[in-house]
Design a protein around this ligand. Structure first.
Ligand SMILES: [Zn+2]
Length: 497
C-alpha cells in the first residue's frame, strides 16, 4: 500500500495582527519530501505516528510537506499555496496512491481562505477521486468545517488537553486508514456542531469538567463498532461566521449510532458549560500570593491573555510591571517576546548596565505596552533553542537576552515560541527549582511539563488577544447566538452534520 502523507499545522487567532509566513513555520519546522522522514521519524508528532504505522503495515509512502508553526495571525496566502501545492504535486503527476494521511490543525485561516483545511481536503479529494480514503488527524481546537467532514473519510482529534498524544493520534488515524484499505472496517463519520466558545484555561484534562467530558466520550469507544470519538472545543479567537465547537464520532457501518453518540456527547458538554470558567487573580494579588507561598517549589504565574500558543505576541508586560512594583526581592524568571529590544541588547557586552524599553506598543488589546527597565545584561545567546518535550523536536527562540533586575531574570526572545516547557529556561542555564516565581505565557499546554515542578498555578487577569474573557473582543463576523456571549443560547441550535 502506498500512502501520501502531509502535515500543515497552524492555529490562527484572527485578532492577532502578525502574519504567519513560511519563516514562521521554519522556527518550528518546515520539511519537504525526504527531509520529513529524516527529521520526524521516531518523534512524538503525528507524522511520527503515521510513519510508524506505515512501517508496521509494510506499506510505503510519498512524503510531501510537513509544516508546523506557532499560533499567530492569518497565514499569508502565497505561502499557504506553496504548502498546498506541495501536497498536490505528486497527485498531478498521476502517481498512484492507495490512501492519504493528513495531519492538519483545523483552525488555520489564510488571507483568502477561512477554511484552508477544508480547501486542502477538498483539493486532495478532487485529485484522487471518490474511492481512495483520506484520513486526517486534527488538533481538538479545530474549527471542523462541513467541507472537512464532507471530503474526509476519517477525522480524529487528540484526546489530551494539554496535547501530549500527537503521536498516538497519528498512529490511531493511520490504523483506521489501513483497516479501511483492508476492508476490515467501513467508517461512517457523523458530527454535531454546537455554538460554544470555551477558554482553553479551563480545559485541562486532569480536572473537572473536561476530565468528565473526555471520559464520557471514551466510554463509547469501549464498543468495538465505535472507532473514534473526538471532542473539539474550537480555538475561540476566531471571528468567523459559523464558528462552532464540534463532536465527531466514527462508527463501523452504523450511521444512526454515530449520530446518536455525537448528539449525546454534545449534550453532555453543553450541560457542563458553566463549569468552564477559570479563576483568575489581579497581577498584584498573584505576585503577593506567590511571594507568601511557603513551599520549596516555585509558583507559576500565568498570563493566558498573552499566550504565544494561542496567537498572542507574547509581549505583554503585565506580570513584569507587578514584579517590578513588589516582587524584586524574590528570584523570578519571566519571558517577553520583543525582537527590537533583543537587537538593542546585542549592542552591549554581557555584564553591562543597560536602560531598555520592553514590550511592543502596537494596536491590540494589550493594556500594558512598553515599559522602561534598568538592569544588568546577564546573558546573550544567539539563535537560542530548546528541546520541546511534547513533540521531541527543537523549538527556536531566536536571539535571546537575559536582563537581571535585582532578583528578576527577564528573558527577552526574538521569536514567539511555544512557551510551555521548562526547557526554555533550562536551555539558558536558568534552573527553575531555584526560582520562587516562574512567568508563563500559555493557557493550557504548560501544565503537562510544569505541573510537577511548581507548587501552585495562578492565572492572571489581563487583556490580550488570547484573553479568556470573550466579552473584551470586538466581534464582527461571528455567528450569534453563541455561548457565552449569549447566555440563553438554546440546545436546539445544535447542527448535525
Ligand atoms: Zn489545541
Amino acid at each position: 500500500m502506498r500512502i501520501l502523507i502531509a502535515q500543515v499545522k497552524q492555529e490562527t487567532n484572527t485578532f492577532c495582527e502578525v502574519p504567519t509566513t513560511l519563516r514562521t513555520f521554519s522556527s518550528s519546522y518546515l520539511y519537504f519530501k525526504e527531509e520529513i522522514e529524516e527529521n520526524l521519524k521516531a518523534t512524538r508528532t503525528e507524522i511520527g505516528g503515521f510513519l510508524q504505522e506505515i512501517h508496521n503495515q509494510g506499506g510505503s509512502f510519498i512524503p510531501t510537506v510537513a509544516a508546523s508553526a506557532i499560533s499567530g495571525g492569518s497565514v499569508v496566502e502565497e505561502d499557504y499555496q506553496i504548502l498546498k501545492q506541495s501536497i498536490l504535486e505528486p497527485l498531478k503527476q498521476e502517481i498512484n496512491v492507495d490512501g492519504v494521511l493528513l495531519s492538519l490543525h483545523g483552525a488555520m485561516v489564510t488571507d483568502l481562505h477561512e477554511d484552508p483545511e477544508g480547501d486542502i481536503i477538498e483539493s486532495v479529494r478532487f485529485a484522487i477521486g471518490a474511492d481512495i480514503p483520506i484520513a486526517v488527524s486534527i488538533d481538538p481546537h479545530a474549527y471542523v468545517s462541513k467541507k472537512m467532514l464532507r471530503y474526509a473519510d476519517i477525522i480524529v482529534a487528540y484526546k489530551t488537553f494539554p496535547h501530549i498524544d500527537q503521536y498516538e493520534t497519528g498512529l490511531h488515524t493511520a490504523k483506521l486508514l489501513f483497516e479501511t484499505l483492508s476492508g476490515k472496517i467501513k467508517p461512517v463519520m457523523r458530527a454535531v456542531h454546537l455554538p460554544m466558545l470555551i477558554s482553553p484555561e479551563a480545559q485541562v484534562d486532569s480536572a473537572y469538567p473536561m476530565k468528565d467530558v473526555l471520559g464520557y466520550g471514551r466510554e463509547f469507544e469501549k464498543n468495538d463498532s465505535v472507532l473514534s470519538t473526538s471532542i473539539c472545543p474550537v480555538q475561540p479567537w476566531l471571528d468567523l461566521p459559523n464558528i462552532h465547537s464540534t463532536i465527531i464520532t466514527i462508527c463501523d457501518e452504523n450511521d444512526p449510532q454515530a449520530i446518536d453518540i455525537s448528539k449525546k456527547i454534545a449534550a453532555f458538554l453543553w450541560e457542563k458549560r458553566d463549569a468552564f470558567m477559570p479563576e483568575r487573580y489581579s497581577p498584584e494579588e498573584a505576585v503577593r500570593t506567590a511571594i507568601h507561598c511557603k513551599g520549596d517549589k516555585p509558583v507559576a504565574l500565568v498570563e493566558p491573555f498573552d499566550s504565544t500558543l494561542a496567537g498572542a505576541p507574547g509581549n505583554s508586560v503585565t506580570l513584569l510591571k507587578a514584579l517590578l512594583e513588589q516582587g524584586t526581592s524574590v528570584v523570578s524568571y519571566i519571558t517577553i517576546i520583543d525582537p527590537i529590544t533583543v537587537e538593542q541588547a546585542f549592542q552591549f557586552e554581557e555584564g553591562s548596565e543597560v536602560d531598555l524599553s520592553v514590550g511592543v506598543d502596537q494596536e491590540s488589546l494589550l493594556e500594558d505596552t512598553s515599559l522602561s527597565i534598568r538592569g544588568t545584561l546577564y546573558k546573550l545567546k544567539e539563535d537560542a533553542s530548546f528541546y520541546l518535550q511534547a513533540t521531541g523536536v527543537m523549538e527556536g527562540m531566536g536571539n535571546t537576552a537575559i536582563i537581571k533586575i535585582d532578583h528578576i531574570y527577564l528573558v527577552i526572545c526574538s521569536n514567539a515560541f511555544a512557551h510551555q516547557d521548562p526547557n526554555s529556561y533550562r536551555s539558558l542555564d536558568l534552573d527553575i527549582s531555584k526560582a520562587k516565581i516562574i512567568g508563563i505565557k500559555s493557557t493550557l499546554h504548560f501544565r503537562a511539563f510544569y505541573s510537577e515542578h511548581v507548587q501552585d498555578i495562578l492565572f492572571i487577569e489581563g487583556k490580550g488577544v488570547s484573553s479568556g474573557n470573550f466579552f473584551d473582543f470586538n466581534w464582527k463576523k461571528i455567528n450569534r447566538p453563541i455561548w457565552p456571549l449569549d447566555e440563553e443560547n438554546a440546545i436546539s441550535t445544535f447542527e448535525i452534520i
